[in-house]
Design a protein around this ligand. Structure first.
Ligand code: PGA
Length: 251
């Protein structure tokens, strides 16, 4: 089965309104037609405008970087899944290691956010990955298995088929230190095996698993050429149109 190849940008807390518009236009203008699904993960303030700019380009979609688990109510400063949906959002990045570290999100909470995103007809990009100490102890497979099970394995097969997983070793995020293609492949194969055991072959073989952590134009090709690596979640390099498009063209 041919899996969907995906390159998703995670702008994090970067770009003011005009800069976000210029970056989006820069990406759209430089992109060649391709089968790769391109996802722009922007701060909330950009969603409406980016959604307008990309609306006629079938392989470019919009992601938010978080959402609240409740549909509405007295949660000052938060944004819900129905609100995102109303802005043209198709994907929501959930469980990013920065949200786990700075906003104390754990997999029980992330499971609720996954449900909210799915209930509103959008697709979660679920991030998992181990910190450096865990890798040094050789316990990364156990930790990632625990994350994936707690956040996702309550889902029905039908709902699980809408999930995208991003494996992002914490020690590789924003550090310039990339997992080797072999390390990425090993973890992606491990995740796919867990999904095969929990669901079935078709679900496991259809799941797109992205690698994230210091992906750049210079290393994307080798990472993406691994059997179980179906694309990337790109932080720093998604902030420059030229670099991001070069990564999209790495397939
Ligand atoms: P990076 O970030 O590409 O800057 O390492 C990746 C991410 O956090 O999604």
């Amino acid at each position: 089965m041919k899996r969907q190849q995906i390159v998703a940008g995670n702008w994090k807390m970067n770009k003011d309104y005009e800069e976000g518009r210029d970056l989006t236009k820069g990406i759209v203008d430089a992109m060649q037609p391709s089968d790769t699904l391109v996802i722009l993960g922007t701060p909330y303030i950009h969603l409406m405008n980016v959604s307008r700019i990309i609306k006629d380009i079938s392989n470019v979609h919009l992601a938010a970087q978080n959402c609240h688990q409740e549909e509405s109510g007295a949660y000052t400063g938060e944004v819900s899944a129905p609100m995102l949906k109303s802005c043209g959002v198709g994907y929501v990045i959930l469980g990013h290691s920065e949200r786990r570290a700075y906003f104390h999100e754990d997999d029980e909470l992330i499971a609720k956010k996954v449900d909210a995103v799915l209930a509103n007809g959008m697709q979660p990009i679920y991030c998992c990955g181990e910190p450096l100490e865990v890798r040094e102890d050789g316990k990364q497979n156990e930790l990632v298995a625990e994350q994936v099970k707690t956040a996702l394995f309550h889902l029905s097969k039908e709902d699980f088929s809408k999930i995208v997983i991003a494996y992002e070793p914490v020690w590789a995020i924003g550090t310039g230190k990339t997992a080797s293609p072999e390390q990425a492949q090993e973890m992606h194969a491990h995740i796919r095996k867990l999904v095969r055991e929990q669901y079935d072959d078709a679900t496991a073989d259809g799941l797109s698993i992205l690698y994230g952590g210091s992906v750049k134009p210079g290393n994307a090709k080798e990472l993406f050429s691994q059997e179980d690596v179906d694309g990337g979640l790109i932080g720093g390099a998604s902030l420059k149109a030229k670099d991001f498009v070069a990564i999209v063209n790495s397939f």
